[in-house]
Design a protein around this ligand. Sequence first.
Ligand SMILES: C[S@@+](CC[C@H](N)C(=O)[O-])C[C@H]1O[C@@H](n2cnc3c(N)ncnc32)[C@H](O)[C@@H]1O
Length: 272
Amino acid sequence: MDERWRADLERWAIPEEIAAGAPADPWGHSAARFAERADRALAAPEGPTLTRTAEALPPGGSVLDVGAGSGAASLPLVPAMGELIAVDVSGAMLAELTSRAAALGVPVRTVRGRWPDVADRTLVADVAVAAHVVYNVPDLAAFLTALTSHARRRVVLELTERHPMSWLNPLWRHFHGVTRPLRPTAHDVIAVAEGLGHRVRHESRPAPLSRFDRLEDLAESACRRLCLGRERADEVVSAVIELDMWPVPRDRWFTLWWEAPGPGPSRPGKTG
Ligand SMILES: C[S@@+](CC[C@H](N)C(=O)[O-])C[C@H]1O[C@@H](n2cnc3c(N)ncnc32)[C@H](O)[C@@H]1O
């Protein structure tokens, strides 16, 4: 199952000749956009991921947030959360998270690097969460195994049902004549986690927010994702209208969770 996940994800690679002409990283995440997402989550905390994380968290307990971004999945757990351990490959994301954690008065330890490569220098927490990360992860079984071994009580994942770039599929066909894959999906993540022996429970709902409020924002994002220069934004807007893609239908969001096998040894290790 894990091999199938990896193969399905590999098919999302952008053809080399197209990627070579990309003016900006087509896979990049904007720290500013994710900071906004964290602020919205703090202003109006809600949803099954928060509920499932909060119900497993003892008062003053610790949370490990992997692929934390600016903290949208974990910071709303304040005041119940006594400590946050945040892992991300991006220093810019961790900086946004750290300033928000300071304002909320919650101690945070950051670990900059790729999970599970940095697992050995990351502390175990009561609950581990990874929101909107797994479609970046080719070796899903190793990612989930390290996450589970770093949680005393529960692991919680949040993800879109389909690959988060799926909304662009008609535009890939239009601009590049490329047909994008339909897999993997959230159901494959469930299968991989079950294959590891976890009793996986899940809930799903329409995404709480629309992906874009303005067509211009969509065009800017689409140019980058499609490896087109920003000067082609008007062309993108015309194609979006012609292909009847506006407003972009909301994704379905899945929350998956399973119980961690129990109190493991508290791993000493460096953080920071
Ligand atoms: C789509 S963002 C989600 C951020 C946040 N969890 C949220 O829900 O708003 C994905 C984040 O995961 C990070 N990331 C991706 N793969 C990672 C990995 N294997 N280890 C650590 N961070 C990773 C990226 O740098 C990015 O900040």
